[in-house]
Design a protein around this ligand. Structure first.
Ligand SMILES: C[S@@+](CC[C@H](N)C(=O)[O-])C[C@H]1O[C@@H](n2cnc3c(N)ncnc32)[C@H](O)[C@@H]1O
Length: 266
């Protein structure tokens, strides 16, 4: 596993409970929009890749009903544990703790992944693997952020962590694949290159109101949490204060959390 992937895995493990709390503001509205585009129908077999605590897997399980199946796969065991607790009344939803880039079962009617493919060490190869899990003619629905506006709070957080720890924040990461395809047209072209037919990209507009509570949940309940690794409780409290003050100084009362829901058939 690449170092970056290991880092984020730890962050998601620790974030599981807060991730679920952030869900009402962020993950669940996006998961509902993904399900609307993906339109699972009764009896279908679905793979929900990078399922987290089930923002898209749970609505999909409701749609496929008791005769269907949703294999929900996540690398983080604590995330899968939360989902298992949330889905006790949905026997058709099967949570699995596994790396979906090497997931073997195939022939799904629908493969969906909300906000996960850019965590794969090789985003292109991982995405092609997901597509290969759909049956020929099956639907594939993959969601990414539009642009990088959702990253803005992370920059305030990094500055707050540097101020508290005295350690200069890391250099900005070099551009990655996802940075080159963050608009509807570039994303559609990239999905088509991966072998999907009839690709459409739905722009799902969403703005996250950054109350102090939500702003901090966005840190605790997402991959941003990685920045708090190894900090003491006192340091975390100080980071919170500086981070929230920094957002206010910059007038960041809202974050653009718009997603691109790409869909096509295999
Ligand atoms: C931003 S969260 C999104 C979770 C969920 N799809 C949602 O929309 O709420 C990304 C998730 O991808 C998972 N993940 C990252 N790489 C993965 C991999 N190779 N296999 C399975 N899960 C992975 C993380 O553990 C994390 O739960």
């Amino acid at each position: 596993m690449a170092a970056d992937q290991q880092d984020y895995r730890g962050a998601f493990d620790e974030a599981a409970a807060d991730f679920n709390a952030l869900g009402n503001h962020l993950w669940n509205p996006i998961g509902t929009a993904v399900t609307t585009v993906a339109s699972p129908t009764p009896g279908e077999r679905v793979l929900d890749a990078c399922c987290g605590t089930g923002a898209s897997a749970i609505p999909a399980a409701h749609e496929v009903g008791p005769d269907g199946l949703v294999d929900a796969v996540d690398l983080s065991a604590p995330m899968v544990d939360v989902l298992r607790r949330l889905a006790t009344d949905l026997p058709q939803l099967r949570p699995h703790n596994a790396d979906v880039t090497t997931w073997e079962p195939a022939d799904y009617d629908l493969v969906q992944c909300a906000l996960g493919i850019f965590f794969f060490p090789d985003m292109t190869a991982g995405t092609e693997h997901l597509i290969s899990r759909a049956r020929p003619g099956g639907r594939v629905v993959l969601t990414i952020w539009r642009g990088d506006t959702i990253m803005a709070p992370g920059r305030h957080l990094a500055r707050a962590v540097s101020a508290v720890t005295g350690v200069e924040k890391e250099a900005p990461r070099p551009p990655q694949q996802v940075d080159r395809i963050g608009q509807a047209d570039t994303y559609a072209a990239w999905l088509t290159e991966r072998g999907l037919a009839d690709v459409e990209v739905t722009v799902n507009e969403l703005r996250l109101t950054m109350t102090n509570e939500v702003a901090w949940l966005l840190v605790l309940g997402s991959g941003f949490r990685h920045a708090l690794t190894d900090l003491s409780a006192d340091q975390v409290a100080e980071v919170r204060e500086r981070y929230v003050a920094s957002l206010r100084e910059d007038g960041l009362s809202e974050v653009d959390a718009t997603t691109l829901i790409g869909s096509g058939t295999r």
